[in-house]
Design a protein around this ligand. Structure first.
Ligand code: IMP
Ligand code: MG
Length: 179
């Protein structure tokens, strides 16, 4: 499979769509068992988690709801430690079983911020499903209950993840090629 160029950087195939599909189905199966009669509220973090959320929700076999939030603080290839506003946080979560869907936990600052907001709303439970986890770069103690793939500290795009806006539509996950 070919190397691709995005904004003057080069990326190579890393996790192929078949592998991603299998893993998402596994997680959905687990969630279906644990939340069968709970009408969970999925809360997907835009923009990156939109594809995972769509795939995961179609494989979740029971009644559920979904809503979306967005943090606008991230530019380039470095996670920003500066968290801006959480947009779209309007759902009533009181007594709900909330499952946050994220594309990637890097430093954990975004997740920490999102979880602290949810906790204030008195949910019955909160769990985190993340497509990717960069365990070595974690700086904040955040839970990750369902992890698609643990990866090294490398920059990736595809399957929802972008590099300055591009690459979200790639069906596979690509990793930046070392120079
Ligand atoms: P954190 O707040 O440092 O954990 O960063 C999490 C956010 O940074 C994720 O929601 C992603 O949108 C973004 N991010 C982290 N690593 C990558 C990457 O390798 N590619 C694209 N986006 C990333
Ligand atoms: Mg994100």
């Amino acid at each position: 499979m070919a190397i691709i160029k995005v904004h003057h950087r080069f990326f190579e195939p890393f996790i192929l769509s078949d592998e991603i599909e299998t893993r998402i189905k596994d997680i959905a199966r687990q969630l279906s068992e644990e939340y069968a009669d709970k009408n969970p509220l999925f809360l997907a973090v835009l923009n990156g988690a939109f594809i995972m959320a769509a795939d995961l929700l179609r494989e979740f076999k029971f009644q559920s709801e979904i809503s979306f939030v967005k943090i606008s603080s991230y530019e380039g290839t470095q996670s920003s430690e500066v968290i801006k506003e959480l947009i779209g946080f309007t759902e009533n979560m009181n007594g709900r079983h909330v499952i946050v869907i994220e594309d990637n936990i890097d430093t954990g600052i975004s997740m920490k911020h999102i979880l602290s907001q949810i906790e204030k709303e008195n949910p019955a439970s909160i769990k985190v499903a993340t497509l990717l986890l960069k365990r070595n770069t974690l700086k904040h103690n955040v839970p990750f209950d369902y992890v698609g793939f643990e990866i090294e500290n490398k920059f990736v795009i595809g399957y929802g993840l972008d590099y300055n806006g591009l690459g979200r539509n790639l069906p596979h996950i690509y990793v930046e090629k070392e120079a």
